[in-house]
Design a protein around this ligand. Structure first.
Ligand SMILES: C[S@@+](CC[C@H](N)C(=O)[O-])C[C@H]1O[C@@H](n2cnc3c(N)ncnc32)[C@H](O)[C@@H]1O
Length: 333
């Protein structure tokens, strides 16, 4: 169910300015959540919108919007990387992705995303597939350490994995409080940041294949956007933003790699499939920063589709190398 605590749509004025909805156009809100962006798009003009979310808990809000907006609103229950399936043979004039978890997901202890609230160690947005508890129970020490290092940017990743592997021999780690306590023992408490922050982030990214989803969504967006179509992505940590930035710069004909994970591409590639109206990311306004903590780490990137063909798929190097969900499925089978 949608929780009492609503989700505040981050950087909404900037998102709407970049999408610039015009009557008759078709939009995708790939991260429906509490419907903040969808509502603003549907009310900006006489447009149609396909909303996507993989969390079944958004159902009440979806029914509400279906009743309110009629045939202008469609909902696709699934991953945003599958947006082409939702679109069929139509072309899309604008796509927005607001990456990550919603306040409703974070606030509900039962979803297991938060180290501040005790609940089952779950973290699955789609409420299906392997959970964070499965990852912690079944992955090898090496895989856990790599996941914490790469997805959590945790400097003491091996130590975190040591503590988990020793503790799980005594009893299964199945609650968020158990894992948070274990990380406090492993890392000690210093400073303002909870010691479990990075390990929780890493597990969430792993369990939901968040970076793979983002990369495949960028490919899908390139395929479904009409010439002149606008792509807007709001990301909340550097791993995500780096993928968006590098992908769009490459597709705009700029070839430099952005990090150690992203080697330079040697050739100049096909004709640019996107143009970039602004080279740097937009951040939240001062007013929003003081009103909404979540906006502090938001980075908005925008791009406009050209009429060139989509590039052949060959940018796996944009993804950091770390164990995949398939490796967990293998050890669990
Ligand atoms: C940050 S919230 C979006 C909030 C929304 N913009 C609003 O204004 O209410 C992200 C939502 O996207 C969903 N989500 C995240 N990754 C997804 C994916 N790969 N496919 C589909 N939905 C996804 C989550 O379940 C969550 O509901």
């Amino acid at each position: 169910m949608i929780a009492a605590q609503p989700h505040y749509p981050v950087m909404l004025p900037e998102v709407m300015a970049a999408l610039s909805p015009q009557a008759g156009e078709l939009f995708i809100d790939g991260t429906f959540g509490n419907g903040g962006y969808s509502k603003a798009i549907l009310e900006a003009d006489d447009v149609s919108l396909i909303a996507i979310d993989r969390d079944p808990n958004v159902a009440p809000r979806v029914s509400d919007y279906a009743a309110r907006y009629g045939s202008r609103f469609e909902f696709f229950a699934g991953a945003f990387s599958d947006m082409a399936e939702a679109v069929g043979d139509r072309k899309v004039d604008g796509i927005v992705l607001d990456i990550g978890v919603s306040s409703m997901q974070l606030d509900q202890a039962v979803r297991g995303f938060s180290f501040q609230k005790d609940g089952p160690l779950d973290m699955r947005m789609a409420q299906s597939g392997p959970s964070a508890a499965d990852a912690v129970a079944h992955l090898s020490h090496g895989d856990l350490a790599k996941i914490f290092q790469v997805y959590g940017e945790e400097r003491r990743a091996k130590r975190c994995a040591d503590f988990i592997v020793r503790a799980r021999e005594v009893e299964p780690i199945i609650t968020t409080a158990q894992l948070a306590d274990l990380m406090a023992q492993a890392l000690g408490k210093s400073g303002k940041i909870n010691p479990a922050t990075r390990v929780f982030q890493a597990l969430r990214i792993f369990v939901n294949d968040e970076l793979g989803e983002l990369y495949r969504a960028l490919l899908a967006a390139e395929a479904v956007l009409a010439p002149g179509g606008r792509l807007v992505v709001v990301a909340f940590h550097s791993l995500e933003d780096r993928i968006v930035k590098s992908y769009l710069r490459r597709r705009a004909g700029e070839t430099k790699g952005q990090s150690r994970y992203m080697p330079e591409v040697e050739d100049t590639g096909p004709a640019a499939s996107f143009t970039l109206p602004g080279r740097s990311a937009l951040t939240a306004s001062k007013a929003e920063l003081s009103a909404n903590v979540r906006s502090r780490s938001a980075k908005l990137r925008r791009a406009i589709r050209t009429d060139a063909a989509p590039w052949p798929v060959r940018d796996e190097s944009l993804l950091p190398r770390a164990p995949s969900l398939a490796s967990l499925a293998k050890v669990m089978s």
